[in-house]
Ligand binder design. Structure first.
Ligand code: MSP
Length: 702
């Protein structure tokens, strides 16, 4: 049995959980469940990071003790994980005794390796990020002194001590944190240091020799560039200006730097927990991109010093924004995962987060996008497939039971006989490959390839017309087997929905609450089929209810992208100036940059080509339209464009333009248009898109 240990970051308790925390934890849950499904010995760790100045300050602001704040917020995290169906095996709190003991032991090992020494720290600190910075790394901002408070500022400019001479107002510089942009503070205090510079060579060599140690590879390049870019400075690992932390062994004037304390949690729950020793080194630390440097540069150096092997992989995912902006309390745009799960259901929420955006990239959260996924992918594609197949199968087989003696003869299905079989094999491979690379979106896309193929197959094979015949039996067995595949493959992502699919087609559930199959043979995707022989079909409620979107627009805008913007983001660029009904709608918002994102695959669906205008003439009865004949290099097309208020037909021939070549043909004022030329609009005028080098016609634009 392979061993698999996955961790999430431990979450700060200065504030309640939001969608960003849910994201990392659900991702780890998906991978943990996937490995349990494969039969691996899994350990899945999450927890809370409860020490540090930030928590101390948050507690003081609420008039509570840090311990009291930590107790209540850590409870919110535990509740959230229950709500989101998270199957963690341990939940660590850094205020636990077991952790303090580990941190002391770990400190002593690094000290024995002569990597910890006492000195004086002078530099900048960002408390919200619990990060030390050099002045070079900060973002300076000059402001008149009267506008600023003192923290994070340095005086500049002339000062008249008598106050009699009128001088330009004194400027002060505020030094902002490059991560969160909030003011930093200057620290001067005695501090213990960790000899990071002495581990530089090890770090560079390790990351060079282990290309998979940091993923995605772009993040590995970032870390290597950071290491090669400048001298690695020794790291301050203790503080004397607050109390809420683990004291330094034998020097209780200092508390240990919160990141040194926090990172060690991964060892507390594995190497230092009897019976769990073999789960170190961790297989994967899942982290957000903002905390990658801590988990690679610092953590790997600490581990090396204390004599532990490093984790096998650190994977950094992207960030969710709302309306393209960072979530923040002051903007009031923080998405509450409890609310989303309650409103839309845990499984649809889990699905959306990983279907919408490639794991590793940033994404923009909106309820509208989530609703589109619920109605499109879950209710239409998956839900309809299940209910159609279950309906027909429950009538086809006597008493809704598939006799064990049933014979399956795909040859009765003609050329579609092996279609689903072949697709299932392709999908299984794509899914396994994707999850091996932590490409969660690609794994879901693979499952949907099968779901769509199966839906098309129902339409073509029409099993309800072949009731009681070997052909009807064969097509239903193929469909049921495909649903079993989808049900099994979706288990890590949507455990509840997956159980309901499998229950309807098998008459029983085959996965336990942690996704470990109670019947490995029924969950097995390599098993010769039809597996369903001897099973019962159980008609159930709709898998996912369709949302009535028309009636809910107002409420949906909160926590998401306003309706009008999304409408625009979801459509193709407007055809140059064509006065359609939608054109009016988009006109008013045409300068608002859409905040929804599309994937590169969605973009690639557009076939954009260079084209040369051969002929142009007016469209009778229209003041704006021109009928163009364009050359696509060996093929000519007729295109209608609404550009006559800016271009005369006579000046157009010979111009090189960009054509959307795969747009479905449409009739505009009775004239067929076989594509669309692109233009940028600016008020009443517009400009056709062209090229600044000579390019032949029909060349791909990408
Ligand atoms: N306590 C440290 C981690 C110590 S691990 C040894 C910490 N905590 S945190 O609560 O601030 O953040 C935890 C995780 O949430 C990070 O991985 C961070 O990237 C993630 N997210 C916080 N906001 C996020 C989004 N808006 N989107 C996606 N993930 C984000 O850092």
């Amino acid at each position: 049995m392979a061993r698999f240990c996955i961790t999430t970051p431990i979450y700060y308790v200065n504030d309640v959980p939001h969608i960003g925390h849910a994201y990392t934890t659900i991702a780890a849950d998906i991978l943990a469940r996937y490995h349990r499904m494969l039969g691996d010995d899994v350990f899945f760790l999450t927890g809370t990071d409860e020490h540090g100045k930030k928590v101390e300050q948050a507690a003081a602001a609420q008039g509570r003790t840090p311990r009291d704040l930590a107790d209540s917020v850590h409870g919110r995290f535990r509740d959230l994980w229950r709500t989101l169906n998270i199957s963690n095996d341990d939940f660590i709190r850094t205020t636990e005794d077991r952790h303090r003991r580990t941190v002391h032991d770990f400190w002593s090992r690094a000290k024995a390796a002569k990597d910890i020494f006492l000195g004086d720290y002078e530099g900048w600190y960002c408390t919200p990020c619990e990060t030390f910075w050099t002045e070079k790394e900060l973002i300076p901002e000059s402001r008149p002194a009267s506008e600023l408070e003192n923290a994070g500022t340095l005086m500049e400019g002339p000062v008249d001590p008598t106050g009699e001479i009128s001088l330009p107002e004194r400027q002060e510089t505020i030094w902002r944190c490059p991560t969160c942009r909030r003011p930093t503070e200057k620290l001067r205090q005695p501090s213990y240091f960790f000899n990071l510079s002495g581990r530089w060579k090890y770090l560079v060599e390790h990351f060079e020799q282990h290309p998979d140690a940091i993923q995605p590879s772009s993040r590995r390049n970032e870390i290597l560039a950071f290491l090669r870019g400048e001298d690695l400075r020794d790291l301050s690992i203790s503080r004397t200006d607050f109390q809420w932390g683990i004291p330094v062994p034998d020097d209780s004037r200092h508390v240990i730097y919160v990141w040194f304390d926090a990172l060690v949690n991964y060892l507390t729950a594995t190497h230092y927990s009897p019976g769990r020793e073999d789960f170190w080194p961790a297989s994967i630390h899942l982290v957000g991109k903002d905390i990658l440097r801590f988990h690679t540069v610092y953590w790997f150096a600490f581990l090396k010093s204390a004599g532990f092997p490093p984790p096998e992989r650190v994977f950094a995912h992207g960030w969710w924004t709302v309306d393209g902006q960072k979530m923040s309390k002051s903007l009031g745009n923080v998405v509450d995962p409890f609310e989303v799960a309650q409103k839309y259901g845990t499984d649809p929420f889990r699905y959306f987060l990983f279907r919408e955006v490639p794991f590793g990239q940033d994404g923009n959260y909106s309820n509208r996008l989530l609703e589109a996924r619920i109605n499109g992918d879950l209710a239409n594609d998956l839900g309809n497939l299940l209910s159609r197949v279950v309906q027909v199968a429950s009538k086809h087989f006597l008493d809704s039971r598939i006799p064990a003696s049933t014979t399956h003869d795909p040859s009765t299905l003609g050329q579609d006989g092996t279609l689903l079989l072949v697709r299932r094999e392709q999908v299984k491979k794509a899914y396994l490959d994707a999850l091996g690379r932590i490409e969660l979106q690609a794994a879901l896309e693979a499952v949907w390839d099968l779901v769509r193929e199966a839906n098309g197959y129902v339409d073509r094979s029409r099993p309800w017309e072949h009731r009681g015949t070997p052909r009807g039996t064969a097509s239903l067995l193929e469909l049921l087997e495909s649903l079993r595949f989808a049900g099994v493959l979706l288990q890590p992502f949507m455990p509840g929905i997956s159980n309901r699919i499998l229950h309807q087609i098998l008459g029983r559930e085959i996965f336990g609450s942690s996704s470990r199959p109670s019947e490995p043979e029924t969950a097995d995707l390599d098993r010769p089929y039809p597996f369903t022989k001897g099973c019962s079909i159980v008609k159930g409620a709709h898998l996912v209810e369709r949302l009535d979107l028309a009636s809910a627009v107002g409420s949906r805008e909160s926590g998401g992208v306003p309706a009008a913007k999304m409408e625009q983001g979801g459509t193709l660029p407007k055809q140059a100036g064509v006065p359609t009904k939608e054109a009016k709608v988009t006109e008013t918002t045409s300068n608002t940059i859409t905040t929804s994102t599309i994937t590169i695959d969605e973009f690639r669906k557009m076939d954009l080509r260079s084209a040369t205008i051969l002929e142009a003439e007016e469209v009778p009865g229209s003041k704006r339209l021109v009928k163009l004949k364009v050359d696509l290099g060996g093929e000519s097309r007729q295109v209608v464009a609404g550009i006559r208020h800016v271009y005369t037909p006579a000046e157009l021939p010979g111009k090189k333009v960009v054509l959307v070549a795969n747009l479905a043909p449409a009739k505009i004022m009775g004239v067929e248009s076989q594509g669309m030329v692109l233009a940028a609009t600016d008020g009443d005028t517009l400009s056709l898109l062209s090229f600044d080098r000579d390019v032949g016609p029909g060349r791909k634009v990408k």
